[in-house]
Design a protein around this ligand. Structure first.
Ligand code: BES
Ligand code: MN
Ligand code: MN
Length: 460
């Protein structure tokens, strides 16, 4: 319980209705068909910020989708918090696997969210979490308790690599100057185990194309005598991991920052049930790098995964054919020490080196990003920790996440400030998947916890 609980309960329905309206706009940044909707969402976010009491509200044009800026600068002697979030969402497909429309938000109960969860694309990632900040700001304005200056920077291209946010940040150092960046675009361990994200992985995203013969061939007339690009590509991909599930690209691990035995022991204290994990995903066993736990594999260790693979005949029935080309999209999650440029280069060199002479290989690099780590002994982290303690009645656990928000490392480089990742989603909220949802408990708890961060941060 905190001083805001009563107001939050009173306004609960309005908070939900307003978020529902935002969720009804399909702001899919990856698909040009939704361009007008993405722009409409930016305008809507700007309007909501104005209504909440922000000033200098601007929908800033970029070469891509706009960045929404707003602030409330009331006392230069107070610290400034820069809130970052994104109003764009992932594509909804496969739409047929949704139990209700991805852009028709509804509340449904789940075993993990008995109090109800909001089902819609973007409910958790990141419209719901971004909007918690707008409502938390509104609460502080209404209670006349805003203890810090605030700036908002809400972008519309996070899900496609934040290219134009980078453009925007580089041109607006002064405007964006701050003492800390506050972000809710990650998760926590469980509703009764609050945690703060202290790390993110980086990303290197590659696309490969293997070409054999110059046209598709009859697999009887030519089969056995020419290279089948699909056979070759799959063999090449399989060779990228060894029997210990370690990545075989030479130099791949060279700059990985290893954790000390103490740090690993500390990590192992976080509550985790392997049985529950397997059961939730309906798998008989887990899989990963030898010598590391599941929690370590998905946070402090780098990975290589095929995201998609195509080629040849995949239609009805059987077609006897050797395709001319085979393709795959391959991503590598990086950890501190590894840089996307270096890793992309190592990948490209190696992938070309292992290709047999019978095929041609083309490798292209998509967007990437650096990993990120924060410390738990600075004032910003401690302020966040105290905020969770106030509203959850428990000290949050620091947890490194496996996901990526590439722009966070760029903020550090360009704006020289650290980000605090106060995420309120759960891994089971199905972000990027069909039936994405966000617990009503989590949404309201976020709105309640955020003002306490401001309060403790202002004290420092
Ligand atoms: N909010 C997520 C990242 C995230 C989720 C981090 C949960 C930690 C916990 C973000 O919107 C996202 O999806 N990032 C992408 C990278 C981006 C370059 C497309 C990712 O991690 O795949
Ligand atoms: Mn996100
Ligand atoms: Mn996302």
């Amino acid at each position: 319980m905190s001083k805001y609980s009563a107001s939050i309960q009173e306004n609960k329905q309005r908070y939900l209705d307003e978020l529902f309206d935002l969720l009804r706009i399909p702001s899919v940044s990856a698909d040009p068909a939704y361009k007008a909707d993405v722009i409409r969402t930016a305008d809507e976010v700007a309007k909501r910020l104005t209504e909440a009491g922000a000033e200098n509200v601007e929908v800033c044009e970029t070469p891509g989708f706009p960045v929404v800026y707003a602030d409330k600068m009331f006392d230069p002697s107070k610290p400034t918090v820069l809130v970052y979030g994104h109003y764009d969402v992932q594509p909804a497909d496969p739409v047929e696997l949704w139990t209700s429309g991805p852009f028709e938000p509804v509340i449904k109960e789940t075993p993990i969210h008995p109090e109800g969860a909001i089902f819609a694309r973007g409910a958790c990632d990141d419209k719901g979490q971004m909007y918690m900040h707008v409502k938390a700001f509104e609460l502080m304005m209404q209670h006349d308790t805003l203890p810090c200056n605030v700036k908002f920077m809400i972008e519309g291209e996070e899900e496609v690599g934040s290219e134009n946010l980078e453009w925007y940040v580089k041109r607006n150092h002064e405007k964006l100057a701050n003492d800390v960046i506050l972000i809710s675009d990650t998760g926590m361990l469980a509703n009764d185990i609050p945690s703060i994200t202290t790390g993110l992985r980086g990303l290197a995203y590659m696309e490969v194309e293997v070409t054999g013969p110059n046209r598709d061939l009859h697999s009887g007339l030519y089969g056995g005598a020419v290279a089948n690009p699909i056979n070759i590509l799959t063999k090449m991909i399989a060779s990228l991991q060894d029997e210990d599930n370690r990545i075989t690209i030479p130099g791949f691990y060279d700059k990985v920052e290893d954790l000390s035995a103490e740090e690993r022991a500390e990590m192992a204290k976080a509550p985790f049930s392997l049985d529950a994990y397997k059961k939730a995903l309906d798998m008989n066993d887990v899989h990963g790098e030898k010598g590391y736990s599941t929690m370590e594999r998905n946070s402090i260790r780098p990975t290589l995964d095929v995201n998609g693979i195509w080629g040849g005949y995949t239609g009805e029935g059987a077609k006897t054919v050797i395709a001319s080309k085979a393709n795959a999209k391959i991503s590598m999650r990086l950890v501190p020490g590894q840089t996307p440029d270096e890793i992309s280069e190592l990948f490209e060199k190696h992938f070309i080196a292992i290709a047999p002479k019978s095929v041609k290989v083309k490798v292209t690099t998509h967007h990437g990003g650096h990993g990120y780590v924060t410390h738990t002994n600075d004032h910003a982290y401690k302020s966040a920790s105290r905020a969770y303690e106030t509203t959850f009645g428990k000290k949050p656990i620091p947890v490194r996440s496996g996901g990526s928000i590439p722009i966070v490392a760029l903020f550090e480089q360009e704006l020289k400030s650290k980000s605090i990742l106060m995420g309120f989603g759960l891994d089971s909220d199905a972000i990027h998947s069909p039936n994405e949802h966000f617990g009503i408990f989590n949404y309201l708890k976020g709105i309640e916890t955020i003002p306490h961060f401001y309060e403790f941060f202002a004290e420092g």
